[in-house]
Design a protein around this ligand. Structure first.
Ligand code: CLF
Ligand code: SF4
Length: 432
C-alpha cells in the first residue's frame, strides 16, 4: 500500500477502500504529495479534555496535535459552519476539515458530531479528520464510522502502563478520576480497542507519538511495530516541545537529530510522517502557510457554560477569569472582565459579565499595579470565591482578608467552578 508521496518507505498494512484512498490523496497530512496543494481547516469546537498529559498546559491548545503557546477561539457548531463557508470562498483546494482541539475531539463529542453533520450538509465532498487521545474511542468509533469520517489520528505514547504513568497525570473516565498506572491502563486499553475497530472498518488511522527523552523514546519502535500489525496507515513521531506551566516545562525539547534517527529506525516497519507542522487547533490553509488570523472572529461565538456536576451544599457566587468562558486562562491581575456564576456544585448559572475597568476611577487613580489590584478586589466584594489561572500573593491575601477564597487552576470553567464549591463547602464544614 503506497502513501502517494515521499513519506519514507511507504510501508503499511492498512486496507483502505478506493473512496478512502482517493480522499487520502487529497489529505495534506496523510499524503506528502498533497501538502503543497491541498489545504486543511481546523474547527476549534472541542475545548474540554478528559485526561491530563504532563506535557500539557491547558491554557494552550492540545499538545498532542498542536504547537504549545498558541490559543484558539472556541466555536459552536453553528459558528463553525459559518466560518467554513467564509473560508471555503477564499481558500482554493480546501479539502480537509479537521477537529483537533484545543482539547479532545471526543471529550466534546456533541459539538464535534454536530459540526460534522452541519458541514456535511453544505459540502458532501469535504474530507473529515479527527484527532483524539483515544479515551472515548470504544464509545464513539461506531458513530465515527457511520458519519463517514475516514481519517482519525490517535495519540498513543506508550504500550506500558508504567511508562504511561510517567506521561499522564490523570484520566477522567465515566465520572471517576484515575491516576498513575491505573489511569494509564484504562487509557491504553481504550486506545487499542478503538484503533482496532477503526482499522477493521476501513478508517485510515494515523498514530501520533510524542517523543520524550528518557521516558518513552526507547519504547517507540515497539509502539510502531504494534500499530503496524493493527493496520494503522502511518505514524507521526513528534518532538516534545515543553509547554510553559506544564509538568514537563523543564524537560529538554526533543532534538531534530534524535527525532530523525528514530524515524529512520521506525520507517523500516511503517511509513513515517515527516512534514507535520504541529499546527494550531484553528489552523487554516496549506500546512506550511497558516492563514488562520485572516478568519478569526472577534471573540468567536463562545458557548455559555452551564454545568451539571454532583455536590451537595450551599449556593455560592463565583467570579471566573476566562477569556471565552470555556477555559480558566486569565491571570487575576490582568483580567479586564470576570464572569460571575451562581451555583451549588450541581447547577451553575451565568449571572453577568463584570467589567473591572468601571471600578477604576481614571488613569491617575488606576495607574499602579497595586491600585488596579485593589479596584479588582473591590469589584468582586459580593463573591464567595475567585477562580483564575494565577493570582499574586498579595492579591490572594487581600481577598482572604475580605473573606473571599481564591483558587488557581488551568482547568475548564466547569471543573474550576466545581473545585471552588468543594473548597467553600469544606471551609464551611470546618467553621460549623
Ligand atoms: Fe488536522 Fe491532524 Fe487531521 Fe491533519 S493536522 S487533525 S491529521 S487535518 Fe497535520 Fe497539523 Fe501535524 Fe496534525 S500537520 S499537527 S498531523
Ligand atoms: Fe492536553 Fe488533553 Fe491534549 Fe493531553 S490530550 S495534550 S491533556 S488537551
Amino acid at each position: 500500500m503506497k502513501c502517494g508521496g515521499s513519506c519514507s518507505q511507504k510501508i503499511t498494512n492498512a486496507v483502505l477502500s478506493p473512496e478512502t484512498l482517493e480522499k487520502t490523496e487529497r489529505h495534506p497530512c496523510y499524503s506528502f504529495g498533497a501538502h503543497h496543494k491541498y489545504s486543511r481547516m481546523h474547527l476549534p469546537v472541542a475545548p474540554r479534555c478528559n485526561i491530563s498529559c504532563n506535557y500539557c498546559n491547558r491554557k494552550f491548545d492540545c499538545v498532542n496535535e498542536s504547537r504549545p503557546g498558541v490559543t484558539s477561539e472556541i466555536l459552536t457548531p453553528e459558528s463553525a459552519m459559518d466560518k467554513f463557508d467564509r473560508v471555503k470562498e477564499k481558500i482554493n483546494h480546501l479539502s480537509v476539515v479537521g477537529i483537533a482541539g484545543p482539547g479532545d475531539a471526543l471529550a466534546n463529542w456533541e459539538s464535534t458530531r454536530e459540526s460534522i453533520k452541519l458541514i456535511r450538509q453544505v459540502d458532501p465532498n469535504v474530507v473529515f479528520c479527527l484527532s483524539t487521545n483515544g479515551l472515548m474511542l470504544p464509545d464513539f468509533a461506531p458513530e465515527i464510522v457511520k458519519l463517514g469520517v475516514n481519517h482519525v489520528t490517535v495519540t498513543l505514547n506508550s504500550l506500558d502502563p508504567e511508562i504511561g504513568a510517567k506521561i499522564y497525570r490523570s484520566v477522567n473516565y465515566r465520572g471517576r478520576k484515575y491516576q498513575g498506572s491505573e489511569g494509564a491502563r484504562i487509557l491504553l486499553e481504550n486506545q487499542l480497542k478503538g484503533i482496532e475497530y477503526l482499522t477493521q472498518h476501513g478508517v485510515a488511522v494515523k498514530i501520533n507519538i510524542v517523543m520524550i527523552k528518557n521516558i518513552n523514546d526507547l519504547h517507540i519502535p515497539v509502539i510502531v511495530k504494534k500499530v503496524k500489525e493493527m493496520g494503522v496507515f502511518i505514524t507521526n513521531i513528534m518532538p516534545l516541545i515543553p509547554a510553559p506551566g506544564s509538568a514537563f516545562e523543564n524537560y529538554p525539547q526533543t532534538s531534530m537529530k534524535d527525532l530523525n534517527a528514530l524515524r529512520d529506525i521506525c520507517e523500516l516497519d511503517l511509513q513515517q510522517m515527516r512534514h507535520c507542522k504541529q499546527c494550531r487547533a484553528d489552523a487554516i490553509g496549506l500546512l506550511n502557510e497558516d492563514r488562520s488570523q485572516e478568519f478569526t472572529t472577534a471573540r468567536g461565538k463562545v458557548e455559555e457554560t452551564i454545568v451539571h456536576q454532583s455536590s451537595d451544599a450551599g449556593r455560592y457566587r463565583l467570579a471566573v477569569a476566562s477569556k471565552h468562558g470555556v477555559m480558566i486562562d486569565q491571570h487575576f491581575g490582568y483580567a479586564s472582565e470576570f464572569t460571575i456564576y451562581e451555583g451549588n456544585g450541581m447547577d451553575f448559572e451565568l449571572v453577568e459579565r463584570r467589567q473591572v475597568e468601571k471600578y477604576c476611577l481614571g488613569v491617575e487613580e488606576c495607574d499602579t499595579e497595586e491600585t488596579r489590584r485593589d479596584k479588582i478586589i473591590e469589584a468582586l466584594q459580593d463573591c464567595d470565591a475567585v477562580v483564575s489561572m494565577r493570582i499574586g500573593y498579595h492579591a490572594g491575601k487581600r481577598l482572604a482578608g475580605s473573606g473571599i477564597e481564591s483558587l488557581e487552576t488551568c482547568d475548564t470553567v466547569e471543573n474550576g467552578l466545581v473545585q471552588a464549591v468543594n473548597i467553600l463547602n469544606g471551609k464551611n464544614k470546618e467553621i460549623a
